[in-house]
Every structure is written in C-alpha cells, then in structure tokens.
Write a protein that binds this ligand. Structure first.
Ligand SMILES: [Zn+2]
Length: 422
C-alpha cells in the first residue's frame, strides 16, 4: 500500500518533549541494580546542568525482590543528583543527593503525582545549546516519520524565541503551529499576551495559533469526564473537571476577541458537550472564533449536531485506539458506541485532523492507518473518508511545496519546501 500525502500533518504534538525524549536517557530496559551500573551516562543530552535525568522506568518489569528505591541510585550515583521519571509520567525516582538539593524528604525516593510534578517543575532547565539541539532532534524525529507539518500544544516563551532563531538560521525542516497552555486563571493573562505578541512575530514556517486548556483528564486514569460512570453504575466515578465552566466561557471569549484559536483537551463525552455548549452560548451573543477539540475520543450524537454552526475542528489520534483497545469496552460500557467517532464527524461534515500526541504515542501516519483498518473489527464505525486528506495540513498556503511518500509503513520520500530531505 503506497500513499503520497501533501503537507503531511501531525495535528497534535508536544514538540519539545518529543526532542527531549528522543535525545534523552531512556530507562525502559533497566530492570536491576546491575543494569543501573552498566548505564551509559556520557551523553550531554542526559544532563540538565549537573542533574542526570532519565525517563521510562517501569517497576513491573523489575524482579519482586529488587525494586526501584533511592538506595539503589545512591549506590551507583553517590555524588550527582539523579531524577528518573516513570514511563507513565506520574511518578519519579530520585537519589538522596537529588532529594537534598530539592529540600525534599522521602523514605523510598519515589515521588508520585503532585510531589512528582512539583519536583519536575524544579529541575534545572536545559542550556540554550541543549534547547537548540532538542528542537533540531524533534524536527528530525518528525521528518523521519514522514511529517512536514506539526501543531504543537505546549509552547513556552523560551521555546518560541528559540524556534524563531532556528527558523531565521534556515534550520527548520518543519512547518510548526504553536499554542500556549493556560493551566488556570492565574496564568491566563500571561499566556494570552504571549499568544498575541508571538502572532506578530510569525515566520513563513512558524505560526502562533492561540490558547490551549485541559478541561478533563484521561480514560487510562479514569479522569476523562463521562456522562455515565466508568466500569458500570457501581463505581460512581464519572471523571473530573479541571476548570470552572464560567471561567472557560470568559477565556474563550477573550481568546476569540484577540483573533486567536481556543483549543480544549476534551476526552470524555460530557467534557466535549460542556465545551460545545459554552461555544454555542457565546456564539449566540455574537462572539466569533475557532474552537479546536483535542482528542474528542467520545462524542454523543447530539454534541456533534451542536457543532454544526460553529467553527470547530476535532483533532483525533487513531493510534490511541491501538493502545487503549484492550480495556475500552469494559471501561465505557453503554458509551462504547460513541468512542472514536471519526465517521460520525465526517458524515456531519465537521472538519477533523489526525495526529499522534507524540511523545505519548510515536508520531506515525502508518499506525493511524492501521488503527483505521483494524478498529471496525472492534465495532468502531469504519472511516469512509480519505486518510491522506485528514492527515494533510488544511492550509495549502502554509509551506505549500511539501509531500511525503509512505509505502507499507516505510517512509520513502519527504520533500520539504521543495527540497528532498528523505
Ligand atoms: Zn497531548
């Protein structure tokens, strides 16, 4: 099977994390003290200042008698601070030197959830040359997977400035759209200002699109907001909301009034319903703007109908189905018919774009193709649209002279800005 795709687009990525992940220290194969002792720790990309940072350990792969603990790290790394994040990004493993430097106490060296995130935020930042290297690595990673266009959901001021430098030096091999994440009302004004200011600094290969917020959680951790309880009635858990809806209404209006796009992480059906309802409400008051629903993994038919008069686009990742399929039916029960509704959206003529959520899933056109091929066997309605259309950047004027050829999962050719790069 051979595809030639114009402007091959991954419409939902975490750009710099993809570069950091690709050039960083990986711990997937570490399952013992012996492995730790043999670890190659020489690459400069593994360090943030004097801290050794790695990702991907999984205690379930370790023997029961030997489990991740700060004592093991202390044996191998007595002098430098070590910070190792777990494969799911929900916990971390630190040695005594690291705990001391952060002023933390922990009997095991394992930090989870909030403690883990706080520690992550306090890690020293990368140097400028490392940031630049991570940007170039991210470009190479996406190019190698065939992509010429990406939409990043996690921009920061320093990333934007560095991207402008790399673009001006002529070293960007991707057309990039950027969005700034607002976590709560405390940072919204700052993010909006950043989005407005960066919009004025756009480059031919670099665009600033708007604001992104997380409205709910994930299906895996049962925090995505559903209209029915997870795993049947008895659990009582329907997930979580991370924003007050009145605040969402206000910041959606503000973002649209600034001429920017508003993007919302909505995985559960009820989360998407709240957001679409809110967009309808402010539209009726005269507000106009673009709404992006990120993931949109479960949508009820009435929510899709309500999208019709709005400027809305759903950014979906079929590859998530490959990872989630084993438990989807059991978790969702009566909501299962509404999961991964790409065909329902197509029939309703709601624009959709496909992506991969890298580095959560590897950026891969082929995995999305396989997910579309295989999912009808799991009673997901077959997508009758053209995958090369929903995987192409919709704007034909944005880095127009780009195409990719992919045959049976192998990237055969990538042309970026008229130049063959693969
Ligand atoms: Zn994401």
């Amino acid at each position: 099977m051979l595809f030639k795709i114009p402007r091959l687009y991954d419409s939902h990525v975490h750009f710099i994390a993809t570069g950091e992940f690709a050039s960083g220290l990986r711990l997937e194969s570490i399952t013992s003290l012996q492995d730790l002792q043999n670890l190659d720790r020489t690459k400069p990309g593994y360090y943030r200042q004097h801290w050794l940072v790695g990702f991907g350990w999984d205690e379930r792969q370790w023997p029961a008698h030997e489990q991740p603990h700060k004592d093991l790290l202390d044996k191998v790394f007595p002098d430098i601070p070590v910070y190792f994040a777990r494969m799911d990004g929900h916990s971390s493993w630190l040695n005594t030197t690291a705990l001391k430097e952060m002023g933390l106490e922990s009997a095991t060296g394992i930090l989870t959830e909030k403690d883990h995130l706080r520690a992550w935020d306090h890690l020293p930042s990368f140097s400028k040359s490392q940031q630049r290297a991570n940007i170039l690595q991210a470009c190479r990673t996406f190019n190698a997977a065939g992509f010429t266009h990406v939409r990043d959901l996690s921009c920061t001021e320093s990333l934007w400035n560095m991207l402008c430098e790399v673009a001006d030096a002529g070293d960007l091999t991707l057309a990039i759209e950027e969005n700034f994440t607002s976590h709560d009302m405390n940072d919204f004004e700052r993010m909006l200002t950043l989005a407005v200011e960066t919009k004025k600094q756009e480059r031919p290969l670099l665009r600033s699109k708007g604001i992104k917020v997380f409205y709910d959680g994930s299906l895996g951790s049962e925090t995505a907001l559903l209209s029915r309880p997870y795993n049947g009635e008895r659990s009582g858990n329907q997930g979580r909301i991370l924003w007050d809806l009145a605040d969402i209404e206000m910041i959606m209006k503000r973002t649209w009034a600034a001429g920017l796009e508003f993007s919302v992480h909505t995985i559960g059906d009820e989360a998407a319903h709240h957001i679409v309802q809110t967009a309808r409400k402010i539209s009726a008051q005269g507000a106009v703007g673009r709404l992006n629903l990120e993931h949109a993994q479960i949508l009820r038919p009435e929510t899709i109908q309500m999208m019709k008069p709005l400027h809305v686009r759903c950014h979906m990742q079929p590859c998530h189905w490959l990872s989630d399929r084993v438990w989807l039916m059991e978790k969702l029960r009566e909501l299962y018919p509404y999961v991964f509704p790409w065909e329902a959206l197509r029939l309703a003529q709601i624009p959709i774009s496909f992506g991969c959520d890298s580095p959560v899933e590897p950026s891969s056109f082929w995995r999305n193709y396989l997910a579309l091929e295989e999912s009808p066997q799991a009673r997901i309605r077959k997508f009758n649209g053209d995958i090369t259309v929903v995987h192409a950047h919709p704007d034909k004027t944005f880095a127009p002279d780009c195409h990719s050829v992919i045959e049976d999962g192998v990237v055969k050719e990538v042309v970026f800005n008229g130049k063959r790069i693969i």
